[in-house]
Structures are given as structure tokens and as C-alpha cells.
Design a protein around this ligand. Structure first.
Ligand code: ADP
Ligand code: MG
Length: 334
């Protein structure tokens, strides 16, 4: 059935089932003029929103409806994770071509509900409108955190270490495999999954915040771009060791098959949704072993003026530019 047959309210009725995964926080969810929610005493509220547009952020040829729904939530969860917070309540606004099948939209919501269930996040409302052509999804998300534990981008200090979680460049390599129709074997399956179903580092973000990291950002537009997002507001220079960048075994396995040098994926590939952060050396020394196992030290914070540099094993040093995805520029690589 096409959604034009079901209409706006019929569609909302189908979407609103099983959207509440932390019921104790919700006084009114979907169905009233506003959602009414509780937020914990002694916490500050975090708010974020991200919009995904068909053929800019996703294509119907490389992602399933479930994956599109899942990812539209995951990217917002990642922003809350980067502040050290807990995601709580989502508003989902969708603009849909009238000819879209109802099953497409319910599958998209199944993807959203899957990750909301995983993190106890409620879908408490949204808006549904028609679109002349493309599918657009906007998720607005609240979260909360103890005020003293919110981690901003501006807190990096000279003498701190720079670290990242997980591995870098997998999502961009996975996207390349998808767009070029390459298989990539078992490694390819994993890289494509990293692109289509990123895991926001919510629990790790909270634990790093509790451990006292000084600044944090999630890697949505590529490491090079995110380094500057910490360096500029902190007014420091970040110096990164190129040999230290964590690359997955899957990425390394496919090195011969991919079009670019692996360093390129690690620096400029977007959408890894890992955490980039800075911390004092004593803070690193005191981290529990499992956290240390989940992160990699990649450089140091030095006095400076908001730049970042890449050090090569031969001693060469290159100043990094933000060459990740930028919506209104045409001279950059996606
Ligand atoms: P209003 O006219 O008050 O804006 P709507 O008729 O647009 O309300 O929506 C009815 C209810 O359904 C509201 O609670 C709204 O938040 C919710 N809602 C509408 N669209 C969506 C959606 N795509 N996902 C989740 N909830 C939605
Ligand atoms: Mg409305």
C-alpha cells in the first residue's frame, strides 16, 4: 500500500506502537499536542538534532529502510555520547513522497525502535508531511548528564594525550565497497555493516566522562575535521602520530582492493561515530583495563592556536585541513 492511501493519521497510528522503552520517564508520548517527560533531578538536559536527506546522507540502493531508520537514530545517539550523556527522548519528523510504500516507513521505524530499545530511548512524537521527491528524516533527541560530567570540545589542555575509540576509516571503506559493487569477502561484510549500522559509543562516552577526560567529540565527518573541532575551541595544537592511527584488520585486509591509501580513510573518511577525546596522562594511567583496551592513544596536545599536525615516521610533519564532508562546498571529497 502507498502512504497516500493510508493518509497522515493512519500512518502515525501504525508507527506509534511500541515506541516507549523507558516508560517511567513518560507522562504523554505520541498522541497529544506535546510530549510530557520527566528528567532526572540534578541533571542537565542535552539536546541535539540531525537531518538525513535521501541521496545526500543515504541512498535507497545502498541501505535498507531498517538501516536508514537505525542510522538516523544512531547519529544522534553519537552526539549525546560525545558529551558523556545518556540519550532519553526522540522526536522524529519525516517528509515522505506520497508513493512510498507504507511497509517502507514501518521498516524504517523498526530500525529506529531496535536501537531505541537497546539504549532505553523513547520516541515521544514527531511530524509527518509529504515531500515532492526525496525522503527526509529529522531526529531531535534529548539526553541528560550530571552537570559536572558534561564533556565539551573546548577543554583540551597542553600536556594532555589525544585518543580515539575503536578503529578509523571502516565506514568510508564500507561505503566505497557498496557504491562500487565490490564484494570484499568476510572483511567486506564487516566494513559495510560499520557503514550501515554504526554503534554509537554511548556507554564508553559516559565512562570516559566519569573518568575525567578533558574534551570529546564524535567522529562524524572524519578525524582530520574533528581534530580541528577540538583544537580551535580549546586554542591548542593537536599533534598526531600517523603510525598510531588504529586501522581494523578488515580495512588492512582490503588495502589492495580499495582505491586510496588507508591513511586517507582513517583521516578523511566520515561516519565512524567513534569518540575522539583528550585526557591528562594520569587520567589515562588510572583508566580501567577494559577501557584502555577499547581506545588508542594517537597524539599529544601542545600549546598552540587551534591547528592539528600529522607526524610521519620519517619525521615529516603535515598540517591537517578539514577535508571531510562539507555540505555547501563543492571542492571537497565526501
Ligand atoms: P499536531 O497537529 O499537534 O502537530 P500531529 O497531528 O502532527 O499533531 O501529530 C499527532 C501526534 O503524532 C503528535 O503527538 C506527534 O508528536 C505524533 N507524530 C506525528 N508524526 C510522527 C512521526 N513521524 N513519528 C512519531 N510521532 C509522530
Ligand atoms: Mg503535525
Amino acid at each position: 500500500m502507498e502512504i497516500r492511501e493510508l493518509g497522515e493519521f493512519g500512518l502515525i497510528d501504525r508507527l506509534k506502537e511500541q515506541t516507549i522503552f523507558s516508560p517511567d520517564l513518560v507522562l504523554a508520548g505520541i498522541g497529544d499536542d506535546c510530549a510530557v517527560v520527566r528528567h532526572g533531578p540534578g541533571t542537565v538536559q542535552l539536546m541535539t538534532t540531525d537531518m538525513l536527506v535521501e541521496d545526500i546522507h543515504f541512498t535507497l540502493t545502498t541501505s535498507s529502510p531498517q538501516e536508514i531508520g537505525y542510522k538516523s537514530m544512531a547519529v544522534n545517539f553519537s552526539d549525546i555520547a560525545a558529551m558523556g550523556g545518556q540519550p532519553r527522548h526522540a522526536l522524529v519528523s519525516i517528509a515522505l513522497p506520497r508513493s512510498l510504500p507504507v511497509e517502507f516507513v514501518t521498516a524504517m521505524y523498526a530500525g529506529m525502535k531496535e536501537i531505541c530499545a537497546q539504549f532505553g530511548v523513547n520516541i515521544v512524537g514527531g511530524d509527518t508531511v509529504a515531500s515532492p521527491k526525496s525522503l527526509v528524516i529529522n531526529v531531535a533527541l534529548t539526553g541528560d548528564a550530571a552537570p559536572e560530567r558534561v564533556v565539551m570540545r573546548k577543554g583540551a589542555r597542553p600536556g594532555d594525550l589525544v585518543a580515539v575509540s575503536g578503529t578509523l576509516g571502516d565506514s568510508a571503506a564500507g561505503l566505497e565497497l557498496l557504491l562500487t559493487g565490490q564484494d570484499g569477502g568476510a572483511a567486506g561484510v564487516i566494513l559495510k555493516d560499520r557503514h550501515r549500522r554504526p554503534q554509537p559509543r554511548v556507554v564508553l562516552g559516559q565512562r570516559l566522562a566519569a573518568a575525567g577526560v578533558t574534551s570529546m567529540d564524535d567522529i562524524s565527518d572524519g578525524l582530520a575535521s574533528e581534530l580541528l573541532e577540538i583544537a580551535v575551541p580549546s586554542q591548542v595544537d593537536l599533534v598526531i602520530d600517523s603510525a598510531a592511527l588504529p586501522l581494523s584488520t578488515e580495512l588492512q585486509t582490503l588495502a589492495g582492493q580499495l582505491s586510496k591509501d588507508l591513511l586517507h580513510y582513517a583521516l578523511y573518511g566520515g561516519e565512524d561515530f567513534q569518540l575522539l577525546f583528550t585526557l591528562a596522562p594520569h587520567c589515562y594511567d588510572n583508566l580501567p583495563a577494559d577501557i584502555r583496551g577499547a581506545i588508542t592513544l594517537i597524539g599529544t596536545v601542545q600549546p598552540g592556536e587551534g591547528r592539528s599536525f600529522l607526524l610521519f615516521p620519517d619525521g615529516q610533519r603535515e598540517q591537517l585541513q578539514a577535508r571531510g564532508y562539507n555540505h555547501f562546498r563543492e571542492d571537497v571529497e565526501a
